[in-house]
Design a protein around this ligand. Structure first.
Ligand code: SF4
Length: 301
């Protein structure tokens, strides 16, 4: 498993969505349309606008690392380099940071600047074969771990195998396969290509899991590079849940009860009405609600 995945596994990594800007236009892009191609900035669903706000949110969440994603973070490479440097200076060298990019804007200068700022690991999603040369450049010119991360589905099985062969011949550090998501932003484009949602694995493309298993069996016999598969259910049910549990326990308020899902039950008395209400909320600073509040008692005393 890539080093960047180890902390993710335990929920100890925050997700920094540094910009929604991206010039690749993948038909399977799962990024929500209120973020994609907009220059928005979030940490764990919390909107931020400065590096200081990022650091505050990372500290509040008790994170020991972060993944930087988007969009393509390198569309805003200056912001990304500045952020990596500031986070490393604040939390120290052991705070592990990995970053996803298509590689389109991963010039040698940008790669060296990221390396110098302290980025630990870079993952390429090579939307064009020529972007693999940027992964090669990263491997040859920086100290960062360099990997490939791509979604899998039955119709691109051969393309994924080809990418793995190339990553292997470039002596990259790992290949990660993701289950292709089937979500509202990409559903129409996937349907148009004849792809369907899995009847047993909600929000994933039918056959994606089976394709990943076939590819991993093939890779065991065919290449030396480690190939790892991250199912969508793992991301949602384990990684995100663990992250929410850590954040909710660190930031628990007197009127809240933690739930096993990592969310919170918040109780409050409505002034003037004398009714006690509860609502389920995410452990964000503003307690983003999940379901509407419900009256559970009287608090007129
Ligand atoms: S590179 Fe990533 S963010 Fe950009 S369009 Fe493709 S999947 Fe979406």
């Amino acid at each position: 498993m890539a080093k960047g995945c180890e902390l993710c596994f335990t929920g100890a990594k925050s997700v920094i969505f540094i910009t929604g800007l991206c010039d690749d236009g993948c038909y399977y892009c799962p990024v929500s349309r209120d973020r994609l191609n907009r220059d928005v900035f979030y940490v764990n669903e919390v909107p931020v606008s400065t590096v200081s706000e990022v650091i505050l949110e990372l500290a509040r969440s008790g994170s020991r690392g972060a993944s930087i994603t988007g969009g393509d973070p390198l569309v805003r490479s200056d912001r990304t380099v500045k952020l990596v440097r500031a986070v490393k200076e604040h939390f120290g060298g052991n705070f592990h940071i990995h970053l996803y990019t298509s590689g389109r804007y991963a010039t040698i200068d940008v790669l060296r600047a990221l390396d110098k700022a302290g980025l630990d690991e870079i993952r390429f999603h090579p939307t064009r074969a020529e972007f693999l040369s940027r992964a090669k450049a990263a491997k040859e010119n920086t100290s960062m771990a360099v990997g490939i991360e791509v979604p899998v589905a039955p119709h691109i099985e051969e393309w994924v195998k080809d990418i793995i062969m190339r990553a292997n011949s470039l002596s990259l550090d790992f290949v990660n396969l993701n289950e292709m998501e089937f979500v509202e932003p990409n559903a129409r484009a996937l349907l148009a290509r004849g792809l369907r949602e899995s009847p047993t694995r909600p929000f994933t493309v039918k056959g994606s899991l089976e394709t990943a298993i076939r590819i991993i069996s093939w890779a065991k016999e065919s290449v030396e590079i480690p190939v790892h598969f991250c199912p969508a259910t793992f991301k949602d049910n384990i990684q995100t849940r663990n992250r929410l549990v850590i954040a909710s326990l660190r930031d628990l308020r007197w009127n809240e009860e933690p739930l096993a899902s990592g969310t919170l039950l918040e109780y409050s008395c409505i002034a003037g009405k004398g009714v006690l209400v509860k609502r389920e909320v995410y452990p964000t600073p503003n307690r983003r609600p999940i379901v509407a509040e419900e009256v559970v008692g009287d608090c007129s005393d």
